[in-house]
Design a protein around this ligand. Structure first.
Ligand code: NAP
Length: 376
């Protein structure tokens, strides 16, 4: 039996109040889209596709939720669906024996990349046969729907993938469903065709909301929101928002975007590559104006945080014990970032990083000091 329900205002308020009694900082949670979301969330992208890593992710996700991270992020293709299944196992434990209710946790996943199942097929021929048997012969997709040999976002495919993700995570509903790296399609189709496909995809996601399978949707990108408007693969958030309105009317459910944001990739804050009503603005400004919540991926540069961050960076962020903590503190303190996702397959990393839940993010005046040039 799937776990019924979804994240709610009431459930996430209850979670926040309980965690605050355990000394979690008041500003660790942010109210967005009528949900209290933690400023640090757990991601599940990296790691080997093996049983040992599955078990570690299950333990890490459960521990992260216990310690104050109620945003859990994954994708169908992460570790060949194993990450979604590890999350399913963690949620089962949390609900059945750790006193956590389904309505307290914001579960986010993505569809777009064709996911293998548990293990990769052997060789090019194995991949071809897997796609043929799983998606083409079953009528889920046509070969011409698949961009760059790996990416599909047709309505039928997304509906199929939502069902698969629900099964993998043993859930009745997903809180946030992202189209995964839609910019992949822009490598092979024209901008006009891309808009046609995205509008149709949003139409399906509105239908999935109406059916109670997902509660909100959005896009999770890598390059799209960080590029200049003239570059291939660029996404305009304002235009996407308009497409969602065309698909779902004024009450559409395009409410979240995800992009990398860290000390080495601060473009969402620093580049005015977006527009809002004719003015050039940053992605964070455009999102705020449009009522879209922003989630940061790769908060510690996929684990490659430079050793020995300088005092000019460490001190305004609180002189924390490790560069990983400093990097996460930077991302979670950025005005306009709701949740900093950190991939954590190790319980030790969960316990280290969740120390931040007990600290407030850096104050705006402290944060601003990072950007003072000091030039004389
Ligand atoms: N396009 C997209 O949609 C997209 C792209 C990238 C990421 N994401 C999402 O964002 C999440 C976060 O990004 P990410 O996982 O790519 O990168 P990340 O969070 O920047 O880094 C994760 C890596 O850092 C390690 N780590 C965690 N805490 C640490 C600590 N205290 N000290 C040293 N190392 C530490 C992890 O190790 P262990 O695993 O060993 O704990 C893992 O190898 C992903 O998991 C995914 O959910 C989305």
């Amino acid at each position: 039996m799937p776990i019924t329900g979804h994240a709610t205002t009431e459930g996430t308020t209850r979670y926040r109040e309980r965690l605050q009694q355990e000394a979690v900082a008041a500003n660790h949670f942010r109210l967005e889209q009528n949900l209290w979301l933690s400023s640090l969330g757990i991601g599940t992208y990296l790691g080997k596709p093996d049983a040992e890593t599955d078990a570690r992710y299950t333990e890490s996700v459960a521990r992260a939720v216990e310690l104050g991270a109620n945003v859990v992020d994954t994708a169908a293709n992460y570790r060949f669906q194993r990450s979604e299944r590890s999350i399913g196992a963690a949620l089962q434990v949390l609900v059945e024996s750790k006193g956590i209710a389904r309505d307290e946790v914001v579960v986010c996943t993505k569809g777009g990349y064709i996911p293998f199942d548990t293990d990769p097929p052997a060789g090019q021929e194995g991949v071809r046969r897997y796609i043929e048997e799983t998606f083409i012969r079953t009528g889920v997709a046509e070969l011409s729907d698949i961009a760059a040999g790996s990416h599909c976002m047709t309505p039928k495919y997304l509906a199929h993938q939502i069902e698969q993700s629900l099964r993998n995570m043993r859930l009745a509903a997903i809180d946030v469903y992202y189209i995964h790296n839609p910019e992949t399609q822009l490598g092979v189709v024209s901008p006009a065709e891309f808009e046609t496909r995205l509008r149709a995809a949003f139409g399906q996601l509105e239908q999935s909301v109406a059916d109670g399978k997902i509660k909100n949707y959005g896009v999770a990108t890598w390059n799209g929101f960080r590029l200049a408007p003239s570059e291939r693969g660029y996404h305009s958030l304002e235009r996407m928002h308009e497409l969602a309105r065309e698909a779902g009317g004024d009450g559409h459910h395009f409410r979240f975007v995800q992009l990398p944001f860290n000390l080495a990739m601060p473009e969402a804050l620093t580049q005015s590559n977006q527009t809002f009503q004719g003015a050039s603005v940053s992605l964070l400004e455009a999102a705020r104006a449009l009522g879209v919540s922003v989630v940061a991926s790769a908060s510690i540069l996929q684990g490659k945080v430079a050793r020995g961050l300088s005092e000019e960076i460490r001190e305004p962020l609180g002189s924390l014990a490790s560069d990983a903590l400093t990097a996460i503190q930077f991302t979670r303190s950025t005005p306009g970032i709701t949740t900093a996702l950190v991939g954590m397959s190790r319980r030790a990393h969960v316990e280290e990083n969740l120390q931040l839940a007990r600290l407030d993010p850096a104050r705006p005046d402290q944060y601003q000091r990072l950007f003072s040039t000091g030039a004389g």
